[in-house]
Design a protein around this ligand. Sequence first.
Ligand code: ATP
Ligand code: MG
Length: 332
Amino acid sequence: RPRVLSGIQPTAGSFHLGNYLGAVRQWVALQESHDAFYMVVDLHAITVPQDPEELRANTRLATAQLLAAGLDPDRCTLFVQSHVPEHAQLAWVMNCLTGFGEASRMTQFKDKSAKQGAERASVGLFTYPILQVADILLYQAHEVPVGEDQRQHIELTRDLATRFNGRFGDTFTLPKPYILKETAKIYDLQDPAVKMSKSASTPKGLINLLDEPKATAKKVKSAVTDTDTVIRYDVVEKPGVSNLLTIYSVLTGTGIPELEEKYAGKGYGALKTDLAEVMVDFVTPFKERTQQYLDDPETLDSILAKGAEKARAVAAETLSRAYERVGFLPAK
Ligand code: ATP
Ligand code: MG
């Protein structure tokens, strides 16, 4: 079975619709066909300041949401990144293989550091793509299911794996991004020019899966569309409407042409009312299932303990091979 690896940050508590449609939904599908490793990336979370108690709670909450979304610990390896120290260890080696200029070209860093003021951004935020490189290479992943915003980091992973293999001998598998065209980038409902993000400028554009379903319905109904009234998929001329059509299509399994036909001659109001209902039907049971997992922290923790053990077995083997190749003296 080919292997996949991906991660999600335990920041902000609730997952948003972009996380689900862009990534987690694919994770659930791929556990059937792939040897799948999925993790809650708490090391990545601390690239920006976190309250310790909140971080711990959010790590459990992220795990509960992954299970609620359909990850099955018998079909995949689900773990917390900090439980596997090899991530930080391999990241150091990769840091030393990366050019400063190369790291400076990462657009995610530019975007994220701009939000905080570049001077105040942590060095961890600067090098987090390199930690991500280590995350992926440790598991010799063939594919990495992520949203479009992560494509550049997978490219960096391929570059660094190639560099390491060239310099020290074949060690790492070169991964490919697994990015589905339809859901590669879900946009902010208030500003369809930017991706939906945990750090959205206004909460009105961000659909959090754990929000009150009523609030979610309201956000859908007040989504920004455009001045004419035709319901047509056209990402250039009609980004807002197209985003709604994408979400509607994926959540219901209805093709976009079918939706265009269904709403021909009807206004945006009809589309939004129906999509609000679709969304409520989706988030309501998701929220309930998440709560059920949260109510049983012992089971959660034992799932994560088993996951960490399985992950470490793979990660430790890769790390020791990499350490040896680099020329570190084995600790006997
Ligand atoms: P932040 O803005 O703090 O980076 P995030 O919303 O991007 O948070 P992450 O935990 O960084 O959340 O990302 C988890 C996964 O969700 C990644 O694979 C990412 O590509 C994907 N993702 C995030 N936002 C979107 C989006 N708007 N559309 C599609 N995929 C997305
Ligand atoms: Mg992100």
